[in-house]
Design a protein around this ligand. Sequence first.
Ligand SMILES: [Cu+2]
Length: 191
Amino acid sequence: MKVIIGVLSALLLVVSGCSGEERSPLKTSIYNADNDKIGTATLTEQPDGVQVKLKVEGLEPGMHAVHVHEFPKCETPDFKSAGNHFNPLSKEHGLMNPKGAHVGDMPNVEADQSGMIDTELMLPEAKMKEGQKSLLRDKGTSIVIHSGQDDGMTQPAGDAGERVACGAITLKADEDEASDPTEPDKKQEGN
Ligand SMILES: [Cu+2]
């Protein structure tokens, strides 16, 4: 039985890997500055944009900015490697800015008293499929959570404080999710 399941899931990987359309939904892992996994973001393309389901724990209670940043690189401890906000339309920053906003701008999220976030956001202008506004354009992008909140106006990034968590948005993000440490996967050793 295990063999059959293995063959079936291998086939499924091949099929989804080749079609180019299996980009949504895409689940990415989010890491803190110690490189510990603290949550996930699930990205789903919908008619009115890309829905972001965010489930994260271990944050400071209170309001936090969250944005899509331009590079799929989450290097600890400061996540500067993620670059600036994802801004393919070259607008100014800020959901409250008449000259905004970046495609990667999102409303602030609130961590509860236990430091948990479980919420849904929308990126109304983003796509998952190919194109200028695709979160998977080039090699991808990233989702970054900040220590403070975004004021919706200050350039270039809303005065949101340090970057405290980061998840790379790439076509390989789902594979990361599958590599559970309790189930060693020989394929991972080649990386
Ligand atoms: Cu940011």
